[in-house]
Ligand binder design. Structure first.
Ligand SMILES: [Zn+2]
Ligand SMILES: [Zn+2]
Length: 124
């Protein structure tokens, strides 16, 4: 508890109203909206009620900003300008694929390297 006591609490009075700087949400709040505590300075804790409830919620539920999907989609997420070569299975930039107007994606399924290798094989 000593560590907590060492943290300076900021208090001020605005138009006769006592306010305290909430350490959690980093803003001023009326003192009466702070969590009452016998051992706190001025009878209140260093964070407001809203933040206390946040804290409670956080302890009850592990902090999950967005529920992670349990089943991942099988397909790799589409990355702009990156193709996966059907032959060597390596993700390569679009520039590494020959342009092929005959296919929907506009480029060959094989990268230039594999394409050349296949052509050489066919030619041999
Ligand atoms: Zn707060
Ligand atoms: Zn390849």
């Amino acid at each position: 508890m000593k560590k907590y006591d060492q943290t300076p609490l900021r208090d001020r009075t605005v138009d006769g109203r006592r306010e305290r700087f909430c350490k959690k949400h980093q803003g001023w709040w009326p003192l009466e909206k702070f969590v009452k505590a016998k051992n706190g300075r001025g009878g209140y804790l260093g964070f407001c009620r809203a933040c206390r409830s946040d804290q409670r919620r956080a302890t009850w539920k592990p902090e999950v900003p967005r529920a992670p999907r349990k089943c991942r989609p099988r397909a790799k997420p589409l990355r702009v300008g990156i193709f996966n070569c059907r032959e060597c299975k390596v993700d390569k930039p679009i520039a590494d694929f020959h342009i092929n107007r005959g296919v929907s994606r506009g480029h060959c399924s094989y990268c230039r390297e594999c394409d050349n290798a296949l052509r050489r094989k066919r030619a041999a």
